[in-house]
Design a protein around this ligand. Structure first.
Ligand SMILES: NC(=O)c1ccc[n+]([C@@H]2O[C@H](COP(=O)([O-])OP(=O)(O)OC[C@H]3O[C@@H](n4cnc5c(N)ncnc54)[C@H](OP(=O)(O)O)[C@@H]3O)[C@@H](O)[C@H]2O)c1
Length: 239
């Protein structure tokens, strides 16, 4: 039985990746930060489908010691999905170093050092790393400079690690377009949503399943490494 670790795997897109890999015979380690109830409920559901197939692990990934503790608890791994991320506007006139550290450490530093600390176990299984990037890694979203920079870093990390960790470990990425509306501090107005939908060639948001199925495709593609697949309904055609 193969094992996958999904960061931020308890809700939204991460939860769908967790379920899709589980449906395809992976045991899953569901990482969460605050969503303990959601992580427990998901693990319980998956363990009812297959005994001892899902565990949960808590870590604040912007804290390097918590990240190392998480890695040290794993002695076998086939797939690492770097999905956890933080997203909110950081207009240049208002942003500060706290925003920089929070976003860069969560979105870029954590996937990098998780990949480093898990590369030994991943190489023992000829495993792979799938980074969840963003179409804004290439074309910036206005007023989100730090997020854009963090995801551009993740895109380059995908390519540079694919080169460095080959041939034992493959490293690929999935770049979502608009899949689920942001919540809380990043929430959009109805007008902003309407404008965004108008830019999508297929005229609608994607679903978390679209992202999870692409992750599964890459996991099952042993001759693909260093590639990042946009899943955006054609939105980048109009950017
Ligand atoms: N939603 C979209 O339409 C969209 C579009 C483009 C790209 N993406 C990318 O797709 C991925 C998933 O998107 P999403 O919207 O489902 O993500 P999300 O809900 O914004 O965040 C996913 C999880 O990340 C975890 N997280 C955040 N900060 C953390 C930290 N410092 N340490 C540990 N965990 C942390 C949270 O876990 P807890 O809940 O446990 O705290 C959260 O549930 C992300 O990489 C995102 O950038 C999404």
């Amino acid at each position: 039985m193969k094992t996958a670790l999904i960061t931020g795997g308890a809700q939204r897109i991460g939860a769908q990746i967790t379920q899709t890999l589980h449906n395809n015979d992976y045991n899953v380690i569901i990482h969460y930060r605050h969503s303990e109830k959601e992580a427990q409920a998901l693990a319980q559901k998956l363990n009812q489908q297959r005994v001892n197939s899902a565990t949960i692990v808590q870590a604040e990934l912007s804290d390097i010691s918590a990240l190392q503790k998480l890695s040290n608890s794993i002695d076998h791994l086939d797939v690492l999905v770097n999905n956890a991320s933080v997203f909110y506007p950081t207009p240049m006139s208002e942003t500060n170093q706290n925003d920089w550290h929070k976003i860069i450490n969560t979105n870029l530093m954590a996937p990098f050092f998780l990949s480093q600390s898990l590369m030994q176990v991943l190489s023992e299984s000829d495993g792979c790393i799938i980074n969840i990037v963003d179409i804004h890694a290439q074309r910036p979203l206005k007023n989100h400079a730090i997020y854009n920079i963090s995801k551009a870093g993740v895109a380059m990390m995908t390519k540079t690690l694919a080169k460095e960790l080959a041939p034992k470990i493959r490293v690929c990425g999935v770049s979502p377009g608009s899949i689920l509306w942001p919540e809380n501090e990043a929430e959009l107005t109805t007008d902003q949503k309407y404008k965004m939908l108008n830019k999508i060639a297929l005229g609608k948001q994607g679903s978390a399943i679209d992202i999870a199925n692409t992750v599964l495709f890459l996991v099952n593609s042993p001759y693909i490494t260093g590639q990042i697949i946009p899943v955006d309904g054609g939105r980048t055609l109009n950017q």
